[in-house]
Design a binder for this molecule. Structure first.
Ligand SMILES: [Zn+2]
Length: 280
């Protein structure tokens, strides 16, 4: 390596260290939340700093564990108007993000969230819905009896939104459809929190033990502003789920299985792998 190159790389490494005053996992959930709030204020006022987006951060990303840095796991909608890192003025290795139409929590999403909380060790989890959500609008139209034909894989995706829409209608029986949608969008955030708690004994355990804080939010696509929903609602949902016989009780995938059997299966897979290699 040429001396100039070494100098540049070394300089970049030092810069990376200097750019990280404290490991993000040192942040408490409340500090992580404050960071998101401040980032969103910068974004809304046109004062984004675009932190952690330079070459130094890339070097750091290639060499360090994201668990040392990422401070929030966030699930939001796939909608192109909801670019999560920009909304919070965050950069590389700052947030662990799941994006799915309607910010629903089904099995794959719950698994991703468990990964973000239990392995990337973020102290904060945010479910962020957004105004004018097309997924919630479509489900509301369908529940109101004038839906349109859906592609084969969409119904099992949006069925998670249905209970939220039905609750919004039940709470506001006289409201027009256009007025139901914003209420259903908020209900859908709570639905995702509920579905996560139902599916994940591990997340419930982490929340009860104070390791993780869960918050709901709504992003306004026309102003860029994030509205934070009442935090106490999460405790109410958790208490309800704890009484629900349908909740998953098993926290770990191999709980209750004989370790010997598990080990044998691993060996079988190894053998299969070897065979595959031979074919190639
Ligand atoms: Zn949406």
């Amino acid at each position: 390596m040429k001396r100039g190159v070494i100098k540049t790389v070394l300089g970049a490494c030092l810069l990376a260290l200097a750019a990280t005053p404290a490991f993000a996992t040192d942040l408490t959930a409340d500090q992580a939340l404050t960071k998101l709030k401040e980032g969103n204020e910068r974004f809304v006022s046109g004062k984004s700093m675009h932190p952690h987006t330079d070459a130094a951060r890339l070097i750091q990303a290639g060499n360090e564990d994201q668990g040392k840095h990422a401070h929030a796991t966030i699930i939001s909608c796939s909608d192109s108007r909801v670019p999560v890192e920009r909304i919070f003025d965050e950069g590389i290795m700052d947030t662990f993000i799941i994006r799915v139409a309607g910010n629903v929590v089904d099995t794959d999403e719950a698994g991703s969230i468990e990964y973000g909380l239990a392995h990337v060790n973020t102290p904060l989890f945010v479910v962020m819905g957004h105004t004018q959500c097309g997924a919630v609008k479509a489900v509301t139209a369908a529940v109101e009896g004038h839906g349109h034909p859906l592609e084969i894989n969409i119904p099992p995706l949006v069925d998670n939104i249905e209970p939220a829409v039905k609750r919004a209608i039940a709470q506001n029986p006289k409201a027009e459809e256009k007025d139901i949608v914003p209420i259903a969008i908020v209900e859908n955030v709570w639905q995702s929190v509920h579905d996560l708690f139902i599916k994940s004994a591990k997340v419930r355990e982490m929340v009860k033990g104070g390791k993780v804080k869960v918050v709901g939010a709504i992003y306004d696509v026309s102003t860029g502003k994030v509205e934070w929903l009442p935090e106490e609602k999460v405790s109410t949902i958790l208490a309800d789920v704890e009484k629900d016989p349908k909740r998953q009780m098993q926290a770990m995938a191999d709980e209750g299985k004989g370790h010997e059997e598990h080990g044998d299966k691993k060996e079988e897979h190894k053998e299969e792998g070897k065979k595959e290699e031979k074919h190639n």
